[in-house]
Design a protein around this ligand. Structure first.
Ligand code: NAD
Ligand code: UD1
Length: 342
């Protein structure tokens, strides 16, 4: 199959690209490198020993995008590209609507022009909003509580309307829980710009000495130890989930929303302990006030992914932490001072 990957230089995209190449698909990456480093793609090329196309294209540039998609003639598009920081989406909501929503509309138009009828979309558990029950299943009401989450919700709806125009169209709306981990080689991994917003990259930078201590945001939540509980999923499992979605789209039509999570949650203190055990490093921390907008606990009902895609997460917290430490200790500065586009 010919697989076009938007955002393929990013954290989840680069791991999925590697899985796509390992499965003998032909691949093309579209990325503007606004939040990634071209070296990630060089490393994927080395690890896979397979050629693939790279287009430095911004999704919002309709004519360049249409040209890139038409040149590659994909069977399926896997769409990762977009902005993802919740706090930034509250201070710059229009950038989020422009890049995420408008960018996706441009992509769907380019797919129509090239006759491509299948898409796998990176959605998020954040579309569910405050849990009305747990685990979240795909029938849980959708009430995202911030602009980032609303872009994901609106895009899901836009893709449903796009798919309804042709019975030959198909889409997988993959709702990720909390992706962590790195490729087993330690050559590619998560390398956020500036101070990380998310727990795992923050812990990794404390362990490697780039940051002094972790702030644990709240220890008075309704959980066993009072700290927030999340469903952390290994990025390698997530990449395999995308392959399963690609395989399913070869015969499946219509639109499916699917959770990609493990089905169980871990607290912040459990994550710290697991990372210390896997790395042999101390992770100093201090209890800090709750972070605005945080939910006490959530995790996935992963059964639909198993029924529909034949996929389950396989890797546990120890493998997640070991892989992060392998990546961070081999690459203390990540991909290094990057010529990332602004
Ligand atoms: P990332 O920032 O590492 O990757 C996104 C990639 O898209 C980057 O390479 C960036 O340069 C590129 N990009 C951004 N805007 C673009 C544009 N306008 N045109 C072309 N390229 C553009 O993020 P990630 O963690 O790999 O996430 C991938 C997707 O998964 C995103 O859509 C994100 O919202 C979603 N998601 C991520 C998480 C998570 O925790 N990482 C959780 C749920 C959902
Ligand atoms: C965050 C986003 C969510 C997004 C997800 C992607 C918010 C409010 N939500 O979710 O929309 O889909 O990332 O993975 O930003 N924590 C600390 N100290 C830290 C960082 C985090 O204690 O320095 C705690 C948090 O309070 C939370 C847990 O660790 O309990 C996980 O946090 P994080 O990794 O940011 O993920 P989410 O909050 O689940």
């Amino acid at each position: 199959m010919r697989i076009l990957i938007t955002g393929g230089a990013g954290y989840i995209g680069s791991h999925t690209l590697l899985s796509v190449l390992a499965a003998d698909h032909q691949a093309c990456v579209i990325d503007n490198f606004s939040n990634s480093h071209p070296d990630a793609l060089t490393r994927v090329g080395r690890l896979s020993n397979r050629p693939f196309d790279i287009h430095q294209t911004d999704l919002r540039d309709g004519s360049a995008l249409t040209e890139s998609v038409a040149a590659f003639r994909p069977d399926i598009v896997v769409h990762f590209a977009g902005l993802k920081a919740v706090g930034e989406s509250e201070s710059h909501p229009l950038s989020y609507y422009e890049q995420n929503v408008f960018g996706t509309i441009r992509l769907l138009q380019a797919m129509d022009a090239a006759g491509c009828r299948s898409i796998v979309f990176s959605s998020s558990a954040t579309v569910y909003g405050t849990p009305q029950y747990l685990p979240y299943d795909e029938a849980h009401p959708l009430q995202p509580v911030n602009p980032y989450g609303r872009t994901k919700y609106f895009i899901e709806e836009i893709i449903r309307d796009w798919a309804a125009t042709d019975p030959a169209k198909g889409a997988m709306l993959l709702r990720y829980f909390n992706p962590v981990g790195a490729h087993e080689s330690g050559q590619i991994g998560e390398d956020p710009m500036g101070v990380p917003n998310n727990l795992m990259p923050y812990i990794a930078r404390v362990a490697v000495g780039r940051l002094d201590r972790l702030q644990v945001f709240g220890d008075d939540y309704d959980t066993d130890d009072g700290t927030g509980v999340r469903d952390y999923i290994h990025v390698t499992d997530l990449a395999e989930g995308h392959l399963a979605a690609i395989n399913c789209l070869q015969h499946h039509r219509g639109v499916e929303a699917v959770n990609l999570g493990t089905g169980s949650g871990l607290s912040v203190l459990q994550m710290i302990a697991a990372f210390e055990a896997a790395s042999g490093k101390d992770v100093p921390y201090a209890i800090a006030p709750r972070r605005k907008g945080d939910i006490d606990k959530f995790w996935a009902d992963p059964e639909r992914a198993h029924r529909l895609l034949g996929w389950r997460a396989r890797l546990g917290i120890d493998a997640m932490c070991r892989s992060v430490w392998n990546w961070q200790s081999q690459n203390p500065d990540g991909y290094g001072e990057s010529p990332r586009a602004g």
